[in-house]
Design a protein. Structure first.
Lengths: 233, 233
């Protein structure tokens, strides 16, 4: 008999609000911008630059913009013009001001669940940008706790549960990323709900495996979450 | 009779470890790089760009690097070469990897004070970069609480004290910035210790005023802190 769930944590990007599609749109623009200089394969180079810079920049739009600029210069063998660099800078600023669009059913699910559970928001990325997104989402006041972290791994989840005095068996993690939201939550002994997003950054790809059986549920939409949580309790 | 101090919070940059001087060195290099294109006055333009971008980028090296790139393109009327932009990018990466050099007396003061007080570290800036600096400082385990915030104002300090169940009259804030560390701490009813750093970013300049009398002490070095705290208690 599983313990009763008392606290539910939500990932932010692509779980509560759209995010990856803004990166996808910018990447397409970036490939087009560099086509005259660098031809095809620019996005593979951009991805390689991002991965190389991750240990210095962490996740977020500012680091992504710096990696685009670096890739533009390198992939064009220095032929990219300063007007192109300025365009890339401008895209970064636009991304930082993108409107926050909640995914379908999010507001209703949060409002329903907060009546009986302690709700947490755990987002990964740039502190300043995530704070701005949380504020613009209109959801901030609905959560019991909000935490912005630089990485989502075992240590991070253990530290947060300890800080908020929650045990893993009473905690449920909800997110779109198997790698960041689901696997580490299960590994510390918690349960998790996977809500796949139609686009997932290749860096976040991972597969559910045998270890997650009976501990992870996959649903199509946030609208299905209150019913699922009810059935677990 | 003032209440007994039970918790002491420290700012990080230029209070525990050197920071601003890395920005100063980079700014000098930046002015030299742009001298052929833009002449004098580049640093004033850089500062104006930083201030304009602050609401989008927040504080930190990544935002500073993006603002340098933007200024390089604009101040040179687009004549800056991509090799110059690449140089600026490289400076940003170097800054993110700068060695952490503690200010004089810091280690000893922290080790002495932690025996009788709950020590907190409250730093402002980029989450990923600050986490990296705290880890490299070797001080992380000496603090009771570590908080990284995007802005240091009344609301931030109120929120942190509330989260950690501390009242302002038992709390002492120690830092180099009158604007970020001293004035808002005094305004919420706490006491503060100002340890001026020889260089302070112009954005952080502020003056001590009448309202801080009897609530703020200025010392020259962290080595003087344990004695001062002792005299308050």
């Amino acid at each position: 008999m599983a313990a009763k769930v008392t606290a539910i944590a939500f990932d932010g990007d692509d779980t509560l609000w759209h995010n990856e599609r803004f990166f996808t749109v910018t990447q397409e623009r970036f490939a087009n911008l560099l086509l005259p200089y660098a031809g095809e394969g620019v996005l593979e180079r951009l991805h390689a630059t991002e991965m190389r810079n991750l240990r210095l920049f962490g996740y977020g739009i500012k680091g992504f913009t710096l990696s685009m600029i670096e890739t533009a210069i390198e992939a064009s063998n220095g032929e990219a013009r300063s007007s192109d660099i300025k365009t890339v800078l401008q895209w970064g600023k636009e991304m930082l001001q993108n409107p926050i669009e909640l995914l379908e059913g999010v507001k209703e699910a949060i409002e329903s669940l907060r009546e009986r559970y302690r709700l947490m928001l755990i987002t990964k990325g740039d502190l300043f940008d995530q704070e701005s997104k949380i504020a613009r989402s209109g959801l901030a006041d609905l959560f019991w706790q909000v935490d912005i972290v630089s990485e989502k791994d075992l240590e991070t989840y253990r530290r947060l549960l300890s800080r908020h005095a929650i045990t893993p068996d009473e905690w449920l993690m909800v997110g779109n990323s198997v790698r960041s939201d689901i696997l580490p939550a299960v590994e510390i002994g918690a349960r998790a709900v996977h809500i796949p997003y139609h686009t997932t950054w290749v860096h976040e790809h991972a597969e559910l495996n045998e270890a997650t059986q009976g501990k992870v549920w996959t649903i199509e939409s946030m609208a299905d979450l209150p019913g699922l949580v009810e059935s677990l309790t």
